[in-house]
Design a protein around this ligand. Structure first.
Ligand code: ATP
Length: 234
């Protein structure tokens, strides 16, 4: 049997909107193997954030299960789910969400310190990642002193600092100009390859999506393959 980094099994997610019930995910099945990079390309309102929140153990499905590194998380109680999320999942958002009063290095150390890693080991790991993302020389700078591309590099380094099995990103380069976006995406891609994390990346950028291993979309609440070469929006 394949060891999946992430599995969504028959996931349903419904929201109550007034007297109506909105079904956002319906029998959604999705699996990723370690080291895989998958683009999530879907129209606004189709459920991308909902899918990322459920995959990231931030929200529970109404039905179905989410397995991270083979461990069933659907029925986990909140404390165990939070611990699982901190240890096994990394998040990158469109806006970096770095802590403004901390340096780049301290921001990247933070998830490790929360997990109980010692200062020295956390600092060495953070520095290694900042070097890998080619911003080592900016390690002591605060986010406000960094460019948009540099801030996203720090956010990516922070997301993988705990060596998660799953990396979830929502428009990680959506706030950057095209050239910076290409450079940051290139670094993200090599980091995914080098670390073996499974990365699910929501993007509206078809050129970036085409550089990933495969693309999926949401159709009537299901996760289905997307063939970018025949996508009419291209
Ligand atoms: N907590 C909630 N309560 C009620 N409805 C919700 C809730 N969260 C999301 N929805 C609805 O579910 C649908 C999917 O939302 P979601 O945010 O997942 O879409 P999306 O594809 O990420 O959109 P966008 O690209 O615009 O962020 C939307 O119609 C939204 O209004």
């Amino acid at each position: 049997m394949t060891d999946f980094a992430l599995s969504l099994n028959a996931v349903h997610r419904r929201f109550r909107q007034g007297t109506n019930e909105l079904v956002v995910l319906k029998d959604a099945e999705f699996h990723m193997v370690p080291g895989e990079m998958v683009a999530l390309v879907a129209p606004s309102g189709s459920g991308k954030s909902t899918l990322l929140h459920i995959a990231g153990l931030l929200e529970r499905p109404n039905e179905g299960d989410v397995l991270v590194a083979g461990r069933s998380c659907g029925q986990m109680e909140d404390k165990a789910r939070t611990a699982m999320r901190r240890a096994s999942i990394g998040f990158v958002y469109q806006f970096h969400h770095l802590l403004p009063e901390l340096s780049a290095l301290e921001n990247v150390m933070m998830p490790q310190l929360i997990l109980g890693v010692g200062q020295k080991a956390a600092s060495e790991r953070a520095m290694e990642l900042l070097d890998y993302m080619r911003i080592g020389p900016r390690a002591e700078h605060r986010p406000g002193e960094l460019s948009g591309g540099e801030q996203q590099r720090v956010a990516i380094a922070r997301a993988v600092s705990n060596s998660p099995q799953v990396l979830l990103a929502d428009e990680p380069t959506g706030n950057l100009d095209p050239s910076t976006s290409d450079h940051v995406f290139g670094s993200l891609k090599s980091l995914v390859r080098q670390s073996g994390v499974a990365a699910l990346i929501a993007t509206h950028n078809h050129d970036l999506a085409a550089q990933m291993d495969r693309a999926v979309t949401l159709d009537g609440g299901r996760v289905v393959p997307l063939d970018l070469s025949v996508d009419p929006a291209r």
